[in-house]
Design a protein around this ligand. Structure first.
Ligand SMILES: [Zn+2]
Length: 388
């Protein structure tokens, strides 16, 4: 544990030293300021000491940091109030004024005041070339929050060397998805093409493309798009499999799907691919084979889905279970008493019960995967001999 008294003394000493330094030599620019981390560790006494110092007019950077600290703690009113009063000051140099404007825009964005945030950011884009990259990042987040996909596309076409490729591709996907829902196939296809041109491995664009192919009566092209998507990210099987099943079942060619699932399982030995494969085996091939694969795998990574599937197949087999197997099932069930959320974010770990293409927490695209799609289990015993 931190010694809070010591921390208080340290932070106060740094801040006081900085103020003294400023008084003695006002031109000195590299005297250390209390950092955000130091502020974040502060107790209320520490905060009061810093607040007292921040009252002084020359402590602009300290006030700027303090406002940002409040925003990060979720105290948005305080953050806005501090940054607004700095923003109103005419005496700040251009760089500092830009930083203040950016901080205030961030406060507005986090408070849901999108119009105000957008105005400040667009203005910064014109006036502060040196901040271009972080201003663009912030604008993209703003438009994504607003679901204003068109604005992301216009931003991307107006700005040279636009970096947020993934966001642009997904903005295209959002628009393509809307077009598909309205049965505007041509528009949908052009958004999909644009997404794939920007990011040829964009999973969602490939899935949407498969939908358009399906609508146009092109099953082979549809399957090709879905297989390509699986190749880039096997964890997306949960959204792809229903389409594959429907296509192969309606064409009475389940063995082709079996081959796809088997390959996927061997290349990506995750519970999700195994369950899909086992379910398919049980339906179209031998029940014993499916049971053997499942028992082996759910002991390693217990999941409710795997357990349900195993029980289903044991019941279908129609033979009483040996006591040892019953004990084994009970052990698995005991381990399942934990989290019920089905999806998690590979980036930040957020757990949710529904799938999002964009993580609601860390705002990254394509980071949410089913819990069943964890790759950390040992490879299962392959039915045939394969090279890994
Ligand atoms: Zn996340």
């Amino acid at each position: 544990m931190m010694d809070w008294t010591l921390l208080l003394v340290l932070v106060a000493a740094v801040a006081a030293g900085w103020l003294l330094g400023r008084q003695e030599n006002k031109r000195s620019k590299d005297t250390p300021l209390p950092s955000l981390d130091m502020l974040a560790g502060g107790q209320s006494d520490t905060m009061q000491a810093i607040l007292d110092m921040a009252q002084r007019e020359e402590a602009v950077e300290l006030q700027l940091n303090l406002g940002t600290f409040y925003r990060r703690r979720g105290e948005l009113d305080k953050a806005v109030s501090i940054h607004q009063s700095l923003f109103a000051r005419p005496d700040l140099d251009k760089d500092l004024a830009g930083q203040v404007q950016f901080a205030l825009a961030s406060d507005y964005l986090q408070s849901g005041l999108f119009d105000r945030a957008e105005r400040l950011l667009l203005d910064l884009l014109k006036t502060h070339q040196n901040m271009k990259s972080k201003v663009l990042d912030k604008l993209v987040v703003l438009y994504e929050e607003e679901q204003d996909w068109e604005s992301i596309l216009s931003l991307a076409s107006e700005v040279k060397n636009f970096k947020n490729i993934k966001s642009v591709a997904y903005a295209c996907c959002e628009l393509a998805d809307q077009s598909i829902k309205k049965h505007e196939w041509r528009e949908a296809q052009s958004y999909i093409d644009r997404a794939l041109k920007i990011d040829s491995k964009c999973i969602w664009a490939l899935i949407l493309e498969a939908k358009v192919h399906e609508e146009q009566g092109l099953p082979n092209k549809m399957v090709a798009s879905l297989k390509e998507a699986l190749q880039y990210d096997p964890a997306q099987l949960h959204v792809i499999l229903p389409n594959l099943k429907e296509t192969f079942e309606s064409r009475h060619r389940p063995h082709e799907l079996e081959q796809i699932l088997e390959e996927l399982w061997i290349e990506s030995p995750m519970p999700l691919s195994l369950h899909s494969y086992a379910e398919h085996l049980a339906k179209y091939e031998s029940l014993d084979e499916a049971i053997s694969q499942l028992t082996y795998s759910i002991a390693k990574v217990p999941t409710i889905e795997g357990f349900r599937l195993l029980l289903k197949q044991l019941i279908a087999k129609g033979e009483p279970l040996p006591l040892a197997d019953m004990q084994h099932l009970k052990d698995i069930l005991d381990q399942l008493g934990r989290g019920e959320d089905h999806y998690f974010c590979k980036q930040c770990g957020l757990e949710t019960d529904q799938h999002h293409w964009r993580c609601p927490s860390c705002k990254q695209w394509e980071t949410m995967v089913p819990k069943l799609a964890t790759l950390n289990m040992a490879p299962t015993k392959p039915r045939k001999t394969h090279e890994f």
